[in-house]
Design a protein around this ligand. Sequence first.
Ligand SMILES: Nc1ncnc2c1ncn2[C@@H]1O[C@H](COP(=O)(O)OP(=O)(O)OP(=O)(O)O)[C@@H](O)[C@H]1O
Ligand SMILES: [Mg+2]
Length: 247
Amino acid sequence: MTDMAVILNGVSFQYGRLRVIDGISLQIPRGVSFGLLGPNGAGKTTLIRLLVGLLRPSSGSIMCLGQAPSRRSAHLIGYMPELPALYGELTVEQNIDFFARVYGLRDARARRTRVGEVISLIDLDPKRRTPVMKLSGGMKQRVSLGCAIVHKPPLLLLDEPTVGLDPELRVRFWEYFNDLTSRGTTIIISSHTMDDAAHCGQLIFLRHGRIVARGSPQELKAATGNPHASLEEAFLHFIRQSGEGDL
Ligand SMILES: Nc1ncnc2c1ncn2[C@@H]1O[C@H](COP(=O)(O)OP(=O)(O)OP(=O)(O)O)[C@@H](O)[C@H]1O
Ligand SMILES: [Mg+2]
């Protein structure tokens, strides 16, 4: 077994004639938080959907935890889509329980305990019997995360999980993510915010479906040549260096 959670070899993807992922090769070790940063349309969501197995590469190959992504490997992956995919009429508890069943948590007692744990973690105990359609946007985001983690998957693919979260919850989420990675979970997370980027062990900056820089937050800042550069400045530096300067 390889110590790599994810291996991409020359992966390209096209929507019709539009090439959105352009020859990406990448290895992501187990037990890290790995950030995908890039401007709107860079290909972050498409890359995550390729890793989940919802899209197939036009060329190249992908291995997640030693397997090509498919329905059979779905229980190994927790996926939080960019837009919450929840059942509005079902309560918080029912939504999380539904995903727990789908992911194969069969024992009713163990499932109830786990659903309770997840609801506490996302801090929605008072709302557990509220239909999801009556929640605020940030609360729906938290339920969506709860559904992705309920089966404790070794690989988490989170598409902008911190959008709409208040600062206190953002801190809590990152504490939880760090706890997961320290116990061997691999987390791949797309984001626009430098706050998230700073928490990641490793990052790539994507532009037009290509990797324009890769490294730890410290390495990326240092690589700009400016010892005082912020991560935001590093991001703009690499994005501009990679093209005509337009985002
Ligand atoms: N279903 C689709 N059909 C055709 N083109 C698409 C489709 N989904 C995305 N695209 C195009 O693919 C490119 C990459 O989109 P993607 O959603 O992966 O970007 P992103 O990096 O996630 O952007 P954002 O930061 O806005 O979420 C964009 O040019 C987008 O218009
Ligand atoms: Mg996206």
